[in-house]
Design a binder for this molecule. Structure first.
Ligand SMILES: [Zn+2]
Length: 257
């Protein structure tokens, strides 16, 4: 059963990745993500279903639009393949379980948020708001299925704690921590809180550690100056994903258990 779920999730991830490419392009431009259907951003010709197969169509068309022959950025197949691999890893982590759908939704949202934040320096409400609603609904369903209300209580507290911590940083240092990051932290705290308090702390710790290491490296190599803004959303996302996938062994190692 778990094997079937893992394979199905990986294929689903490829298809969701294709949709994320639309989200990544249109959400920062305030366009609808459903209408019009996928079209070439250069010549606006609608993309036929047979040219919209994740990864394979891009390879088959040698990375060019069939009509105008303009290049289609390599980011498109990379997002599709990346989403497929991440869905596979998350499905392998949770197996056939009530919590799996919740974590797959999170994975897709974090992939889109990370790329949008790197490109446009925003963590859009149009993604974090539905992510928060679906986190509460899907983890709520999982808690009911498990008959574990106590666990859902810790989930809510995890969300409040991570949100409050980043809100404090936003008040102290508004240039370094945007409100988009603060709102995202509420969802991340829910997902990490579902797993445990150790995971909430580890998720935050890894985000700040990786953010600091990359920030210092970019300044030391003069890629960025001290005045440049480095988006923090991707680090929040990375800290949470690493904790979700490998937090248990890391915490066992740390506590020597
Ligand atoms: Zn075209």
């Amino acid at each position: 059963m778990d094997g079937v779920v893992v394979v199905f999730s990986a294929v689903l991830g490829l298809a969701i990745g294709s949709f994320l490419n639309v989200v990544i392009w249109r959400v920062p431009r305030k366009e609808s993500v459903v209408r019009p259907p996928s079209h070439c951003p250069q010549c606006e010709t609608p993309i036929s279903p047979s040219d919209n197969v994740p990864v394979l169509s891009w390879l088959f068309l040698s990375g060019k639009c069939r009509h105008c022959k303009n290049p289609i950025p390599v980011r498109y197949p990379l997002v599709e393949a990346g989403c497929g691999v991440l869905f596979l890893a998350v499905a392998a982590r949770f197996g056939a379980s009530w919590e799996l759908p919740a974590y797959l939704v999170l994975t897709a949202a974090l992939l889109a948020i990370s790329i949008i934040d790197l490109e446009h320096f925003i963590v859009p409400d149009r993604i974090t708001a539905p992510l928060t609603v679906s986190a509460l609904a899907l983890l709520g369903v999982a808690a009911v299925a498990e008959g574990n209300g106590w666990r859902f209580g810790r989930t809510l507290l995890g969300g409040v704690a991570y949100f409050a911590f980043l809100l404090l940083l936003n008040i102290l240092y508004p240039k370094g921590m945007g409100m988009g990051d603060v709102k995202l932290a509420f969802s991340l705290g829910l997902y990490l809180g579902w797993l445990g308090w150790g995971q909430v702390f580890l998720g935050g710790f890894l985000a700040f550690l990786l953010g600091a290491v990359v920030g210092v490296t970019l300044i030391a190599t003069k890629v960025k100056s001290r005045k440049d803004v480095v988006p923090f959303g991707p680090f929040l996302a990375l800290g949470a994903m690493l904790t979700i996938l490998w937090g248990d062994p890391i915490l066992r190692w740390y506590t020597g258990a």
